[in-house]
Design a protein around this ligand. Structure first.
Ligand code: ZN
Length: 275
């Protein structure tokens, strides 16, 4: 599932071509007229993570490229990907036994001879991208104090971590993993945590996300501790529930009740029970 680091990889791959002019276009997309892209210059590329409420399965991250003054936005599905100077190859035979390589939705050939191939994505034109580096946990401009203030409220930390206003690029996998690694119950109210715990949680989220990006760039997978697991690494039974702010999007959350004990508020009531 593409999450922050996947989309960051998109940005790193495409940024090499910024400033270059499209010399030829290919791909199977019917949604846009690919020939419109001919002779346009790639002026910028940005990542963004938009949560689409109607799609409860996918994080629906997206990225945008500025071509000839307009932005072409790409939404990646669960299997969306982008390649630079190479095509995706079949990893197995299809039902008929053919080794048929995946068909890219769009291929942009640049005057330098390099090309970008986009797979399993939807594309549309838009007027401007929405990416704010101060909320991007991997950006040098990330606003750490604002993020800590958001975490320190009485909302459960698992809601705040997915708030893209403060933590863009932080998706559901990262949320689950860093709460396990910091031994924090997902429904803990941020106001009940010590400042040092909040700092540790934020550091852990940043480190996890940047390590994930590095392993992606090296083509390696990610070792997960709790996400979609039945047992935690210590062998305890893992709990699972769809959690989210009232009226908001509920996201599947896994936690270990032994490693991540519930923190009770002053009144002795947990924000929501463990079932
Ligand atoms: Zn455990």
């Amino acid at each position: 599932m593409p999450e922050g680091p996947s989309v960051r990889k998109f940005q790193l791959l495409t940024s090499r071509f910024v400033g270059q002019v499209v010399a030829k276009v290919g791909g199977s997309s019917k949604k846009i007229n690919v020939n419109d892209l001919n002779a346009l210059r790639l002026q910028d590329s940005q990542e963004e993570e938009l949560q689409e409420l109607q799609d409860s399965r996918a994080d629906a991250p997206s990225a945008a490229g500025e071509l000839g003054g307009s932005w072409l936005r790409f939404h990646f599905g669960l299997f969306g990907s982008i390649r630079a100077n190479e095509f995706s190859r079949a990893s197995r035979a299809n039902k008929r036994g053919d080794w048929k390589d995946p068909t890219p939705r769009l291929v942009l050939y640049f005057e330098s001879g390099g090309f970008l191939a986009f797979y399993n994505c939807r594309m549309h034109w838009c007027s401007s991208p929405v990416a704010d580096p101060t909320s991007d946990i991997l950006s040098a401009e990330f606003h750490r104090g604002r993020a800590l203030d958001a975490l320190r409220t009485s909302h459960p930390v698992c809601y705040t971590l997915l708030d893209q206003r403060y933590f863009s690029g932080l998706g559901n996998i990262i949320k689950n993993e860093v709460l396990y690694l910091t031994k924090i119950h997902p429904l803990t109210q941020g106001s009940l945590l010590a400042q040092s715990d909040l700092e540790h949680l934020l550091d852990c989220a940043i480190r996890f996300t940047s390590d994930w990006l590095q392993s992606k760039l090296q083509g390696k997978g990610l070792h997960l501790h709790i996400y979609q697991k039945e047992q935690c690494p210590l062998g305890h039974k893992v709990m699972k529930a769809a959690l989210g702010a009232p009226g908001g999007w509920k996201r599947l959350t896994w936690w270990c009740p032994e490693c991540q004990p519930a923190v009770l508020s002053g009144g002795g009531d947990l924000a929501l029970g463990d079932e």
